[in-house]
Ligand binder design. Structure first.
Ligand SMILES: Nc1ncnc2c1ncn2[C@@H]1O[C@H](COP(=O)(O)OP(=O)(O)OP(=O)(O)O)[C@@H](O)[C@H]1O
Ligand SMILES: [Mg+2]
Length: 522
């Protein structure tokens, strides 16, 4: 799907709102271009009459114009309020889609990309898109209508003078288009650079404890400084382009006024045009100058929004590497017979981590994998819940290839305590209940007891409602591990993988958990 087709899709739920918005925009434009017409009509048909006849006409004009501007008020109100609301809703839909897609993407995507950059796409890029979504079509519409309308009405007054004005305006538009190309490039660069700043901040702050332990604040400062400077440079070059762009347009405006005055004066001298009509021209310049200004600002907004949307689409178009087959079946009634059949795996093209591995684990059995660090134990475990797909061979549960079953049923069947456990910002209870969101309090306590962490939790001021800190910073390594174990105990999966899950525990805790495990696996 082309980038624009995708963009237009986001308007679909709001098509009526959008159409009403455009209708209101039409009314506003019509009202705006009609004022010089009223003046033209008055100077040619009314003000030429005797004073007594003028007065009653003025009363009608007053009522008519107040009515007209009253309607304009309502329409403008609608455009500003509901137009923006529509933009915000579209932005919110896009943000949701992006987030949902982030959730779908595979481990490999997260191996390659940076969280700070992803956040940047989710927050600042999308804001520009919302502005574009709302102002874009509306501005284009209003401005085109006003410019074409103004020129059409001017043609009625004097064709030659209008053509001269048109020539200057076309020159102005060509200039804008040319400058626009440059702006497109610099705004995309801006986006990349600010994402780089976000990435740096995210990395540095997540690792703040390491930074401090090495007293490397200065090093981090330097790294940040370099990203920050790159962004600054990118902004500087964008302002340079913008500067020459805006100034150039100002010059064209001046040329327009000059053209009207000089050629208008020339036509007056030759008796081709009346003085009053020249005033109408000057009024119209004011009227179509404003939309040209708006269009020019719009091009900037457009470039920003476009750059943002392009980055958005890059993510949304990334196909997760681990995909569910359309005819995937639910993995049910699991006995737990696991087979690795001639499995090879590589993270990158050139380095083979696993090569022709054959393992058979019978249902109900507990096996331990022993091997050197970096030997591929964690990798081997990751293949079972399909965090990655095998490069060759197959992984089977009860004789079914894991690639033939739904991801949800597969992962529901497997509990895994990862080597580096992760705690979500929240309470102890939330973190345990992550294994089974609808768990009862009793079940949570039971799981905590089995993981030998209940007594510790009770010793905290707020018990199960205690806050664990971001990533569980308020807990010790062993406490985090035990919470993670409680989490999978609560999930009570058919297949359990412990990836060095007790590495941070003392012997006593480990023995205790071992005993719980034996009890639970019966
Ligand atoms: N996401 C990844 N992308 C690329 N290479 C990876 C990735 N994860 C691990 N590797 C590489 O794969 C190899 C196996 O790593 P793995 O984590 O499976 O080892 P391990 O046996 O679990 O080691 P340890 O006992 O230290 O936990 C290592 O050489 C590692 O560098
Ligand atoms: Mg490992």
């Amino acid at each position: 799907m082309s980038i624009w087709a995708k963009f237009i899709q986001y308007y679909k739920p709001y098509r009526w709102l959008f159409l009403t918005d455009l209708l209101c925009a039409t009314v506003v434009s019509l009202v705006d271009i009609s004022f010089p017409q009223v003046l033209y009509w008055l100077t040619h048909n009314v003000f030429t009459r005797p004073g007594e006849e003028i007065k009653p006409v003025l009363a009608v004009v007053a009522v008519g114009m107040i009515l007209m501007y009253g309607i304009r008020y309502i329409c403008q109100f609608y455009i500003t309020t509901w137009g923006h609301i529509m933009g915000a809703r579209m932005e919110s839909n896009m943000r949701q889609d992006l987030f949902d897609h982030y959730q779908r993407l595979s481990f490999s995507y997260y191996d390659r990309n940076n969280t700070g950059e992803m956040m940047s796409k989710l927050i600042s890029d999308l804001f520009d898109i919302s502005e574009l979504a709302h102002h874009g079509p509306e501005n284009l519409f209003i401005c085109t209508l006003k410019i074409i309308g103004s020129f059409a009405l001017l043609l009625f007054i004097n064709v030659k003078l209008t053509l001269i004005l048109m020539a200057v305006t076309v020159g102005m538009i060509c200039f804008s288009v040319y400058k626009n190309r440059r702006m497109k490039a610099v705004f995309l660069d801006n986006r990349h650079k600010i994402a780089g700043v976000n990435a740096r901040v995210q990395d540095s702050l997540s690792g703040i404890r390491v930074v401090k332990s090495f007293a490397n604040e200065d090093l981090e400062r330097e790294k940040f400084c370099s990203s920050n400077l790159q962004f600054l440079e990118s902004k500087v070059s964008s302002y340079q382009v913008m500067g020459s762009f805006h100034a150039g347009n100002g010059l064209f405006q001046g040329l327009l006024y000059t053209a009207v005055l000089v050629s208008g004066g020339y036509f007056i001298a030759r008796g081709n045009i009346e003085v009053a009509d020249l005033a109408i021209y000057a009024l119209y310049i004011g009227i179509f100058m404003n939309p040209i200004d708006v269009l020019i600002n719009f091009t900037e907004q457009f470039q920003k929004g476009y750059a943002g949307f392009k980055r958005f689409m890059e993510v949304v178009n990334t196909i997760p590497e681990v995909l569910e087959k359309p005819d995937a079946v639910t993995l049910a009634h699991i006995a737990g017979h696991i087979e690795y059949r001639d499995v090879s795996f590589q993270y990158n093209e050139n380095t083979e981590v696993l090569d022709g591995i054959n393992i058979l684990i019978e249902a109900g059995k507990t096996v331990a994998l022993v091997g050197p660090s970096g030997g591929g134990k964690t990798t081997l475990c990751s293949l079972l819940p399909r965090f990655y797909d095998v490069s060759r061979g197959a992984v089977l549960i009860d004789g079914k290839d894991v690639r033939d079953v739904t991801l949800k049923s597969l992962r529901n069947a497997i509990g895994i305590v990862q080597q580096d456990v992760y705690m979500f910002a929240g309470t102890v209870r939330d973190n345990i209940a992550y294994g089974k969101p609808d768990a009862t309090e009793a079940e949570i306590i039971e799981a905590a007891k089995n993981a030998n962490i209940h007594d510790f939790i009770m010793s905290l001021d707020d018990g199960y409602a205690s806050y664990v800190g971001e990533r569980g910073t308020r807990l010790s390594g062993g406490q985090k591990q035990r919470l993670a174990i409680a989490r999978v105990f609560l999930k009570d999966p058919k297949i359990l993988i412990l990836d060095e899950a007790t590495s941070a525990l003392d012997n006593e805790s480990e023995r205790y958990i071992q005993a719980s495990l034996e009890r639970l696996s019966k």
